[in-house]
Design a protein around this ligand. Sequence first.
Ligand SMILES: Nc1ncnc2c1ncn2[C@@H]1O[C@H](COP(=O)(O)OP(=O)(O)OP(=O)(O)O)[C@@H](O)[C@H]1O
Length: 257
Amino acid sequence: MRAGAGTLTIDRLAAGYGRLQVVKGISLELGAGRALALLGPNGHGKTTLLRAITGLGPITSGTVELDGERIEKLTTPEIVERGLMHVPQGDMLFPRLTVNESLTLAGRLRRARGQRATNLSLVLDLFPRVAERRHQLVGTMSGGERQMLAIGMGIMANPSVLILDEPTLGLAPKVRHEILTRLLDVRQAGLSLLVADGDVDFLFGLADEWHVIELGRIVGSGTTENRPTHEQMMAMYVGASSTPSGGPDTTTEVSHV
Ligand SMILES: Nc1ncnc2c1ncn2[C@@H]1O[C@H](COP(=O)(O)OP(=O)(O)OP(=O)(O)O)[C@@H](O)[C@H]1O
């Protein structure tokens, strides 16, 4: 991992699928070593935004800069080689590989090769449960163990910025807490984090800043020191039940907390 680098600037990013515009002009600034949380109702564009940033989904307009370099026209492998790594939502691992093989595979990137041993010992220190299962097939591991492995594979790519999409999805509270503790250690090691998750307590425990995304726009932002009250959260989510793909865009008012 590379401490020092790891700034990400997203400027008026728009993204969608064909004629469906899902992300409608989002700007974000992630400083080196900082952690930024994205929250908001399901289906309002968090995954679409994160995928667009790493070149996994199409961008309609706007720019993305990683450590001062424009990356929005690069391919995903080129973006990963520059230090921006995406740990996707859901179980995207290879079930027939062992844990060891999976970590080795993730460490094969050009930028990661020289750091492979250092990163491997970091991952095994961070996630003892993964270390204990080094010879186990990934498909036989629990959901929490697979999520830890996915983060570990992200670290093996030697990133300066790690994007995590729903890292606690479907996990029990105890396992969520374990993942939170480990991600705080990852922050300590110098990585910048951009994280979307449905668990608000998890996000507030991890990040410096939060942004609520509703209907493809940021409708509320703040630092985790000025955490929104339950009522403020509810206010930001009001109207969010309308589907982003349906009818007219109703987000004309922006409510900042
Ligand atoms: N490949 C696709 N083609 C067409 N529409 C899509 C595609 N992927 C996502 N969408 C739509 O885009 C909208 C936003 O989805 P997205 O996954 O970005 O939301 P999200 O905020 O990450 O939700 P969640 O919290 O449930 O993951 C949804 O209406 C979804 O159905």
